[in-house]
Ligand binder design. Structure first.
Ligand SMILES: [Zn+2]
Ligand SMILES: [Zn+2]
Length: 312
């Protein structure tokens, strides 16, 4: 999936939003795009990263080298950079523990726990000069963006809202043709789906004409898209409750009973690629956490494995 990189021209320097993967191909594509728009990379003074996933943050270090721009990231996601991309042994270990506790059999653990490591090749970690917080404003004389903290997809995810010009950059928070991934992992926080839904509701009433997402096409009708995403999570909760009708199950077992990648017609768990399997388990856990908070699901520990049961 390609990543959208935005350059916002301004009298006081250009702002770049997200950077793409750190690969020769994406740097080349970026240079060509910038040239085609009659812009110059060296006029970029700030690179704002919506969240630290490799497809958004990866190339920021190279951009900084090329034009000396300052990198800005929300404080929470900035704290994840080193444990995720540099000293990641502890993160892999904690991922393994989480997977084991949730029913992943021993023979599948080695593959699943390392399923995301290949991505580190496409990231050059750089410390941000600017730590963002909810409500900060960033301006380049032509545009003024308000930072909206929208945790869920990542705990330090932000959207950038141009109130006067009525548009918003949404990173991976709201996408037009995909349901953004929200899952439990060692860097996700306790209840990421609860956070995500609150963050979606925060945007629901914004008066915007255009939504500029991190992937896929620019679109409008933000409220309708949010409604669709909320409905998707309700449907998934229902599917999980259904799977708990015939007894206690681990998150791994529940993930097997759900159809995944619904945007592409639906795929069974066992037919997913390794990385998507891990995302599916993480998403199942996020829904289970929300259902636990709603007191519809209970949880018991048996021989080190977490088993879920329906309270409905
Ligand atoms: Zn992401
Ligand atoms: Zn992304």
């Amino acid at each position: 999936m390609y990543t959208n990189v935005y350059i916002i021209e301004g009298g006081d320097g250009h702002i770049m939003v997200d950077s793409g993967w750190d690969s020769q191909e994406s740097l080349w594509a970026l240079q060509e795009g910038v040239k085609g728009a009659n812009l110059k990379l060296r006029d970029i003074t700030k690179v704002i990263i919506t969240h630290i996933h490799p497809d958004h943050y990866g190339l920021s270090s190279k951009i900084k080298q090329i034009c000396g721009a300052q990198v800005a990231i929300h404080r929470i996601d900035a704290g994840f950079i080193l444990p995720r991309y540099k000293d990641f042994a502890d993160l892999v270990k904690r991922t393994e523990e989480l997977l084991r506790q949730n029913g992943v059999p021993n023979n599948e653990l080695p593959q699943l726990k390392e399923a995301s490591l290949w991505m580190n090749k496409y990231v050059s970690p750089v410390a941000p000069e600017i730590m963002l917080e909810d409500g900060n404003t960033i301006s380049n004389d032509s545009f003024e963006f308000e930072v909206l903290w929208t945790p869920g997809h990542s705990p330090g995810h932000i959207c950038l809202y141009e109130r006067d010009k009525r548009f918003i950059l949404t990173g991976d928070h709201v996408l037009y043709d995909t349901f953004p991934h929200v899952g439990i992992n060692p860097q996700s926080g306790d209840n990421p789906l609860g956070d995500y839904i609150s963050s979606l509701k925060k945007l629901e009433r914004l008066n915007v004409h255009f939504i500029l997402p991190g992937h896929g096409p620019v679109f409008n009708a933000l409220g309708l898209r949010i409604e669709k995403i909320l409905q998707h999570h309700e449907d998934r909760k229902r599917a999980i409750m259904q799977s708990l009708r015939n007894g206690l199950k681990t998150a791994y077992e529940i993930a097997h009973q759900i159809r995944w990648m619904l945007e592409e017609g639906g795929i069974a768990f066992q037919d997913l690629a390794i990385w998507d399997r891990r995302m599916a388990i993480a998403e199942t856990l996020a829904h289970l956490k929300l259902l636990t908070e709603e007191d519809r699901v209970g949880n018991v520990d048996m021989d080190g494995a977490s088993l879920y049961l329906s309270k409905d």
